[in-house]
Structure formats: structure tokens, C-alpha cells
Design a protein around this ligand. Sequence first.
Ligand code: HEM
Length: 772
Amino acid sequence: MVSDFPGLRLIVSPMCTLGLVLPRLPMPLYTYPGFSFPWNLKHAGLFKLFGCDTVSLCGWDGRAILYTCDVPFLTRMASYSGSTVFPKPIEEYGVLSYFGDNVVIAEHANWRRQRKVSAPAFSSKMFERLWIDMASIVREMLHEERWEERTRDFVGPLPMVPQQAEYVAATGEIYYPHVVDLTLRMALAAIARTGFGIEFEWRSDESFTKSCSSFGQPFWKSILATFLRIVYQLANSVIPTIVLDDVVRAVTTFAATNQHRRGDSPLHLALQTTCKAIITLFEITTVPHQHTMRLQEALHLVAKESTLKLAISSLPSWLKCLPFRRVSRMNMAFDCLHRELKNMIASRRQEIAMFMEGSLESMSMSSMCDSDESGSSGLPSASTFGSQLQEKEEPFDLLSNLVRSAIQTERVGGQSLSEDEIIGNAYIYLLAGHETTAHSMAWTLALLAAYPEEQEKAYHEIMEHDSQEDTIIRDYPKFKFLLACYYETLRLFPPVQQIPKVAAEDTQILIDKSNKVGSDSPVPAQQSEQRLMPPSESFSDRKLGTFPSLDSEASLTPSPSRVFGNHRRHKLPPLIIPARNQTHHQLDFSSSLPSLPSTPVASPMRETMAYVGTPVSGNTPSSLRSEFIGPAPFVQLSKDGSKVKRSELSSNEEQVSLIIKKGTIIFISPPAVHYNPKYWEEPEKFTPERFLKPYCRSAFIPFGVGTRACLGRKFSEVESVCMLVHLLRSYSVHLPLLPGQTVEEARAKFSRASVRITLTPDKVPLVFRRRK
Ligand code: HEM
């Protein structure tokens, strides 16, 4: 299917189950590069090696995929992903349906419905609340962890001891061996408060982790309990249950009354010990845990153990009940969260319906009162009714907004979300929004520590706009440099490493070959203003080239085009494909093409055409053309955006086609795009300023591309900028350098990461000091 593209021929495909667990093998480019290969190889390790931006990855187990970092190609492809052409291979996402159907695993009409109902949940009031919540989370953290007190007497770093393996914090320094422990809790608190409206108090790290890890039974207890239950089941099959139950009840009652019996004789002691043992055994088998799990603890454990849950979901069901403490703790947490979400949704439904009715009623009453100025109607005045309502604050957290949107959709007769779908989507917010943002916040701090001059710029920006009074959401657009730092971090460490698509049908993409450089190459400021969007374009009112503005409600509420993508309004960037009889080597921008003859080029035609899937000749072969029955979206576009008749395809010298065979899996690689020197100057360097100048927007894809782009993008941006403002205004962050260690070495160390659900840093050690 993809053999015409150069690439890796591997023993194991990274996409199969074995690939998920197998570590990197020796000679990785011939055997197996490990599941973390997108991060380890980035652009230079694979695409540069093969000299083209789309390569194939084939395993001996038969799974073959196309792997691309070619911006024109992926932009065109992803812009249509909401349609039937390049959907997500949703069968790969089955495990995410644990709590219920949700927007991430939906496709086609189901996806449109879910996205339409869930997008309004990210409303301006929610962002207002997010800013307030995040600011108070940082404040509480600083207070609870006694940062001020601990950083009071800093005199300077401790003298270095040669061969020192671990950094020793000096007096007045706060040292985190892995700052992700801190950012994970901040991101969780933000999701808990603004996402679910839960009172999530900040407890010192130690006590919180301790209480969370106390759940679940120790391994030996679980084994014993399982054994006793099996014995009971077997005995049950021989002796009638009722008799067995009576015997157990009699024995335990006897044991309970006799376990504290006084007496010093050996007989008494033996009886007492036996009775205690019986009671313990009985407790092990019947009472799993005395202490009820709180929602805050359940949230923490669910977020922490989601990877385990997903891994276990694909195992046979009996394996899921293995008596490991971690597994039983995880199951408890998931059950608790599910139960609580159900209760919360039920109560929110009532509350929100009350508010909706209340506001309607107060409106109608105010009009009645207006018409009857003497107030002789006998009804409470509109203001009295309004104040009764105001006593209770209307909730605007994500979950409440989702419920509100579902109710509103129901009321206008639209297709709404079921309770399970609301729970499914709420769980996705937790899963999608927790680790991604937490890891990115940790890496932003680390990069600012590694580049002190950038940190100083960030600090100056904070000082410029952060008066002594608390900042509010309206101040957010002022922190341009901080947002640029966050973007640059996401470019260097994109949390999502692969974005999969599948060709649902044989598809022919018509390419404008005259546009050689392609409109997605990095461009200087004066060129192509249309493509130069501000870093937060989806948040702003979309004035090209301006920074996000939060002045209007509209700027925060997703518009249909923002929700569903704007591919209908804008012309898609053309793909660059060689003309007939033009070799790859003649091209100055032949990014979509296999350019090295690692796969033997069989015919001149192969050399001159770019295609994905079955080889085709220079002209669309009749066999393939006959498959294009019905609308083929790509065929309809020409250079000027007008329609091209199918019959013109073969003869039109300006147009060349790219053919993607049905079933081809295509993985878009954000790290390879972000490290592609074609789009980014000095891609390895941390240069936040690049986002303050015109930049290649289509080559910045941490939040995905096209219609399926991230719904929570603004959530993560507002949350992170707010955290930086409130932390860096009083504290500076530094790398804990060991004797003889350079900044580059330290950066290489904190850049080590593995690909799990998202890119997960191995260790990010940081030191904080109080600013003078
Ligand atoms: C740094 C933070 C984040 C990154 C890098 C990120 C990245 C992404 C990416 C790449 C996708 C597209 C996946 C695909 O097409 O297969 C996505 C989708 C999604 N994200 Fe995020 N995300 C982040 C934060 C969040 C947050 C905070 C939330 C919610 C509170 C969220 C909710 C979602 C949802 C609901 C989707 C599915 C959209 C759809 O399929 O229509 N994300 N995200």
C-alpha cells in the first residue's frame, strides 16, 4: 500500500500491541525503534535520513502506515477530516469509551453533534472563572507549601562538591527533583475547580499522596481475600448457601463476643487469638476498605492511573480483577468518579433548569411589573425574584456548561447528549486536559530556567501589567510574551506525538504544481498576510496579525467556523508535487515525495508522480478513475479555487494528482513538523520571539489540525499563562546544575521523555528562589 515511499521496514510495527510494550531494539532503524520513536527521531532521525517529508513504516506483521510531516499535505488532508474522506481511525480509540461515548472517539454526524453541544461549554464565563481559580491555586500552593517562609534567607547556592550525584538545595531555595509533581497537581486542581466545580483544597504534597495511596488492599490481603472467596464459592456448591451463611454468622458472632474476653489462662489466650484471626479474615473478605474515597482523591487517582486503565482495558476481563493493590485502588477511583459524576450531573440538571426557568420567569415578571407600575398584581416584584435567584450563584464550570448546553439543545428540539455521553465527555476533559497541560507547564518553567534572559523578559512583562491588585481574565491578552514562551515550549515538546487519520476511500488530491514554494513555507512579514495568524487566533476576534482580545463575549465563545474549522471559507494551501517528467531532484521543495531510491524506482512514471497507495501512471489510470464515483472533494479544487472537471485532470498541465488508497493509515507527526528546518529557523533553539513575529501557522500543530483540532486549547493557554504570571512575579526559576554540568547537558537531561498517552518527561528538576 505504501511501499512506493521510502521508509523503515521493521520487524515489529510501532502500531501493533507488541509495539506498545516492546522497548527499542538494537539497530532500531532496521529492527524496532520503540514506541517513543516520534520523539526520539523527530525530523532529523527519519525524514532527513530519507530526504522527504512523507515516509512509510512497515512491520513484518503487515501493518503499514504513512508517516508525514509535510505541512501542505497534512493541512489539506486534515481540513477535510470532519467529512468522510480522512476520518480518525476511531477503532484505535476504543478504550477511551470507558465512561461513555465522547467527542474524541466520535466521527461523522455523531462527532458533529457532540462537538456542537460540547463547544459552548468553553464559554467566556468559564474562562473568567478559570483565571480566578488558577490564580488562587497558585496562591494556596505557595501558602500551604510555605514558600515564602522557606525562601526567606537565601544567601547563595551551596559550594559544589565534586562527584555530587544529586543537587542539594541551599537555605532559601526550594528544590523539586521532578517539578511535574507540582504542575500535575496544579493542573488537576484547575480541572477539578473550573472543570467540575469541585472544591479542591490544596493539601501539602505529602499528606495528599499518603491518603491517596492508602486505598486498595495490600497485596497479601487481596490474595488471601481472593483465596477465601474461592473457598467460600466451592463450599457453597456443596453445602446450601443458607446453611453456610448461618454457620459463618454464628462463628463470627461467637468470635466477636469472645475476642476481648478477659482471662490469663492459655486456653483463654488461644480462644482470644483464634477469635481475632476469624474477625480479621472476615473483614478482609467482606470489607474492602473502611475509609471512603473522596472525590478529590478519586480525581487524583483517575488522572494518575489513566494510562494503566487504558493498558488494562485491552486485556481479558479476568486479568482486570487481579489482586494487585494498584489495580484495586484504580478500580475504586474510577467507580467513585463515575458515581460522583452521575450525582453531580443530576443535581446540575436541576439547578440549571431552575436558573433557566427563573430567568425566563423574572423576565416575564419584569415586563408585567413594568406594565403595572402600581405593583397591584400581588406577585413578588421582579427584583425580589431576581435577588432570590442571585442568592445562589449560577455555576459556569465546564461540566455545568456542558449540562446547560445539553438542556438548551433538548429544548430547541436538537439532538442532545445523553447522561452517559456527558459523563464520557467530562472524563475526556480530565484525561485530555490534565497531563498535557501539566507537562507543558513543567517544560515551560524548565526552559525559562535554562534561558535566564528569556525569563527576565517574561518577568518584565509581568511587572509591566501585573499591578498589586489581582489580575483578571481581561489582562490575559497583555501577556503576549508569556504566551509566546508557552507556544515555543509546545513547539519543542508537543504533548501529542501522533495524529492518526485513515483514508476512508480511494482519494485523489489535485495539486497546484505552479506554486513551488507552497504557501506554508516560512515567510517574511511582508508576504502573504492571510496566513499570518496571531498565536491565539481562535481566541481572538480573528483580526489577522493581531493578538487575542478578550474584550467581547464573542471572542470567547466559539463560533461555528471556529468549532468546525474554516476550510470552507479559505482556500486550501496547494500541495507541491513534481510535474510530469520532472525528477524529484529538480524540485526545490519536493517535500511530499520519496526522493531517495531506497525503494527501487521501477518505471520512469514512478519517478515523476507522487502518490500514496497504489502506483499510478502520470495520467489517472482508468481503473482508478472508475472508482471515483460520487463527489470527490479534492478533485474539485484548482489553483484559483474554481472547480475542475474530472475530464480535465489528465490534460491539465497545471494540475498533478496525489492518490491515496482506501485504508491507508496516515500519521501526522507534530514533533517532526516542529523540528523541520523548512518551517522553523534553528528549530532546536528556544526562541519565544518567533511567535511574536509572523510565523508559519500551519507548521504549529501541538493542538492538532483542521476540524478536529483541540477543544481545550484556550483552557490550557489561559491556565498556563495565569500560572506563570502568579508564580514568576515573586519567584525565579533555575536549573539545579551539578558540578561540571553545563546548561546544555541539563537541558538534554530534562528533555528526555517517553511517549505514553502523551509525551511524558522522565525528570525535570528545578530550583525556585524568591525575587528580591
Ligand atoms: C497542552 C495542552 C493540550 C494539547 C497539546 C492538546 C492537544 C490535542 C490534540 C493534538 C488534539 C487532536 C487529537 C486528534 O485529532 O487525534 C486534541 C483534541 C482534543 N482536546 Fe486537547 N490538548 C490540550 C489540552 C486540552 C484541554 C485542557 C482540554 C479540555 C479541558 C482538551 C480537550 C480536547 C478535546 C475534547 C479534544 C477532541 C476534539 C475533537 O475531536 O473534536 N485538550 N487535543
